[in-house]
Design a binder for this molecule. Structure first.
Ligand code: PLP
Length: 397
């Protein structure tokens, strides 16, 4: 059996960088050198300057390419650096069709930076293929997909968008941060470029900022490699090593967190203080079938609405286990407030247009025992019920 025939979980550990060929070390060596001695004036070696290529970063790039079933991976200094560099494939006068409830940083890049360089955009609800078709212009060169989307967990049909893109000679970019290749492999569904904030599930421990991109086409690999070297937002070697280490436990982390996320989503859905739960693992989610047709699960991120912003504030101050913070995809559960965190770059009007309310919270489920999380949430919600009752009875809560 070759390593390519192993299952995904096994390949996280037993891949081409399992053992260092020089020393036999079972952990990829961290090569700090920024430059490499050349033995021949006429012909340089594989490595010459670390922005162009570095063995530690290369190991991570090889591993992510293999896991996403692509031919070439690229590691960047952040998810936004990966996304921004991929956008540099476009030129002035090009147009991109982009999913409307996209990560706030991507929204900011498209609306406030790319627009200054003449790259046009149209935001659409990508779950509606008719809207996507209507947004196409003669200069449309790319479709930008985030699925499940952030923070409303809408599911876009990657196959449908990719085949539409192919019909008009455009590229399909997919931000696969929420699911990772453990659960969804967009290149296999027709996408051209997979993007990641490796800050999240891939590294998994809230201790590194990193970004990755993977492609499956040689020509595109050359173009993106040229841009990575030209723009220069490459990942440092310590951080590359941290992502490599985090990757080894990706499957077990996601398996636990996904199971716990469903349990917590079901609890929240049945609670009278919760208005709405967004999680594609719930059988009544409008895109449940599609989610399970194109991915091996729904992931470990869910969002939910309380009855008001005041209720949200009170709920957040009453919970103890999750950290209340920006980010997701870590061993500890992270509760986030999209309106003031991930989507603060959007105006209130833009958020309201997209249904991102001030009473919405996002939860990234970690490795805690879900029963403890449910008890924690339950007692905070109980306090809300008591406060409501007191208000109804005209008492000071
Ligand atoms: C879906 C998604 N894409 C991209 C990013 C940006 O990644 P980074 O913070 O690593 O730059 C984030 C960050 O939260 C994200 O949630």
């Amino acid at each position: 059996m070759t390593e390519h025939q192993y299952s995904f979980e096994t390949r996280l550990l037993h891949n081409q960088h399992k053992i260092d060929p020089v020393t036999g070390a079972v952990s990829v060596p961290i090569q700090h050198a920024s430059t490499f001695h050349q033995y021949n004036v006429g012909q340089f070696g594989k490595y010459d300057y670390a922005r162009s290529l570095n063995p530690t970063r290369e190991a991570l790039e090889d591993v992510i390419a293999e896991l996403e079933n692509g031919i070439k991976g690229f590691a960047f200094s952040s998810g936004m650096a990966a996304i921004s560099t991929a956008f540099l494939l476009l030129s002035a006068g090009d147009h991109v069709v982009i999913t409307e409830d996209v990560y706030g940083g991507t929204f900011r890049m498209v609306t406030e930076v790319l627009s200054r360089f003449g790259v046009e955009h149209t935001f659409v609800d990508m779950t509606d293929i008719t809207q996507v078709k209507q947004a196409i212009q003669p200069n449309t060169r790319a479709f930008y997909v985030e699925t499940p989307s952030n923070p409303l967990l809408k599911v876009t049909d990657i196959r449908a968008i990719s085949s539409l893109a192919k019909e008009i000679g455009a590229l399909t970019f997919v931000d696969n941060t929420f699911l990772t290749p453990a659960l969804q492999r967009p290149l296999e569904l027709g996408a051209d470029i997979v993007l990641h904030s490796a800050t999240k599930f891939l590294s998994g421990h809230s201790d590194v900022i990193a970004g990755l991109a993977v492609v499956k086409d040689e020509e595109l690999a050359k173009r993106l490699g040229f841009l990575q070297n030209s723009f220069g937002a490459v990942l440092g070697v310590q951080d590359a090593w941290l992502v490599l280490r985090g990757l080894k436990t990706l499957s077990v982390r996601l398996e636990h967190s996904q199971k716990a996320a469903l349990q917590i989503a079901e609890f929240l859905q049945s609670h009278p203080q919760i208005e709405k739960v967004y999680y594609p693992g719930l059988s009544d989610h409008p895109h449940y079938e599609l989610q399970h047709a194109q991915a091996q699960g729904a992931g470990a991120v869910l969002s939910f609405e309380l009855k008001s912003e005041a209720a949200l504030r009170s709920f957040v101050s009453g919970v103890n286990i999750p950290v209340f913070a920006v980010s997701l995809g870590a061993v500890e559960s992270i509760l986030s407030y999209p309106a003031k965190m991930s989507h603060a770059a959007m105006s209130l009007a833009e958020r309201e247009k997209r249904g991102i309310k001030n009473s919405l919270l996002r939860l990234s489920v970690g490795l805690e025992n879900p029963d403890d999380m449910i008890n924690d949430f339950s007692s905070s919600l109980e306090q809300l019920s008591e406060a409501n009752l007191a208000l109804q009875q005209g008492e000071c809560p």
